[in-house]
Write a protein that binds this ligand. Structure first.
Ligand SMILES: [Zn+2]
Ligand SMILES: [Zn+2]
Length: 341
């Protein structure tokens, strides 16, 4: 809570000194409104779930239906919904506390100071003072969406109970969702009239709670679904790349072997172009072992330098041309220098 007090202190100081009042930016108030609305709806959803599940459990006991898996689902999901209800209630409560709002606005630099004579009762700054007022509606919505999630994370951390309940609720929500999907996909087709009477309302509840949970986490579920669809393609790509890389490396090593016959002992002006190795940047010394590349008579290197290079790469360091063994070389230029040796 120290941070909030600091925030308030800062506000007061500023007021005293230059007669300004801190106001929220349009972006921040939009994000805050979105967050509150979302949390409020989640709260109502859970309230509905708890009440309807309790009524169903009561009716089931009146009918002497006994306990099957589906009825345990009703019991557990209503107990779990109580924790979520408390969480969303707390989040809504925290988001309405002014000191927390101000702390968050300071944290995300969404406070502007408005001169006293320009101040209105509205918590949002007049547009002339607000740098976020110029954003287009689409940009504003996008940024507010991101900020809303950041706000949620900050507000969750306001109390330890909230923090742990948030983790608990998120995990159990997924468990309940999977359990719910199981019933939706594999609803037991009851033959006897009495049994289906006992399961009718719980089955309807699986659809309702299932769609609540899906909507709440839809963006994450879609991401997971997308990742699962993409996974085989990524794996195939990686395997193919692994094989082609290995083949290229083998070819380069074979090419290096073939190149050994182009090896020359350096004598001044025996080579075309620069009289230095462009891998180690050292000028050639007399009797250095130099390798001439097949791609160009201008591309030549120390034997040791190009051998080390071809351990990790399969191309000419100068022109990046793929090195192929002699029998696969498309246009093999026999260097002239060998005759002079
Ligand atoms: Zn070199
Ligand atoms: Zn080259």
């Amino acid at each position: 809570m120290n941070v909030h007090q600091d925030g308030e202190q800062q506000v007061e100081n500023n007021e005293n000194e230059v007669n300004t009042v801190p106001k929220f930016t349009k972006l921040f108030s939009r994000a805050m409104d979105q967050f509150r609305l979302r949390v409020f709806f989640l709260f109502l959803e859970r309230l509905y779930i708890i009440i309807s599940m309790s009524i169903i459990l009561f009716l089931l006991s009146l009918k002497n239906c006994g306990w099957n898996d589906l009825h345990y689902w009703v019991l557990f999901s209503s107990i779990q919904a109580i924790f979520s209800l408390v969480l969303y209630g707390q989040l809504f409560h925290f988001s309405n506390i002014q000191s927390i709002q101000q702390h968050l606005a300071f944290h995300y630099v969404q406070i502007v100071f408005v001169p006293l004579n320009e101040v209105t009762d509205h918590p949002v700054a007049p547009e002339v003072f607000d740098p976020t007022a110029n954003l287009s509606t689409i940009e504003l919505d996008k940024k507010a969406d991101v900020m809303q999630m950041q706000i949620r994370q900050e507000i969750v951390n306001q109390s330890r109970f909230c923090k742990y309940n948030n983790i608990f609720s998120n995990v159990t929500n997924q468990a309940i969702f999977i359990w719910t999907i199981y019933y939706i996909v594999a609803t037991p087709q009851e033959s006897s009239g009495e049994a289906s009477d006992c399961n009718k309302w719980p089955i309807i509840q699986t659809y309702i709670y299932g769609s609540f949970l899906f909507l709440q986490y839809s963006q994450y579920y879609l991401l997971v679904a997308l990742a699962l669809v993409m996974l085989p393609f990524i794996l195939i790509y990686l395997i193919i790349r692994c094989f082609t890389d290995r083949r290229k490396k083998q070819q380069a090593l074979m090419a290096l072997n073939d190149l050994q016959k182009n090896k020359i002992l350096y004598k001044p002006n025996i080579l075309e172009g620069e009289q230095e190795c462009s891998i180690c940047m050292q000028p050639y010394q007399t009797d250095d072992e130099v390798l001439q590349m097949p791609c160009s008579t201008l591309h030549h290197f120390h034997n040791t330098c190009i051998s080390a290079w071809l351990q990790i790469q399969s191309t000419c360091p100068n022109c990046r041309q793929q090195l192929l063994p002699d029998n696969q070389q498309p246009l093999l230029q026999q260097p002239q220098q060998q005759e002079e040796l």
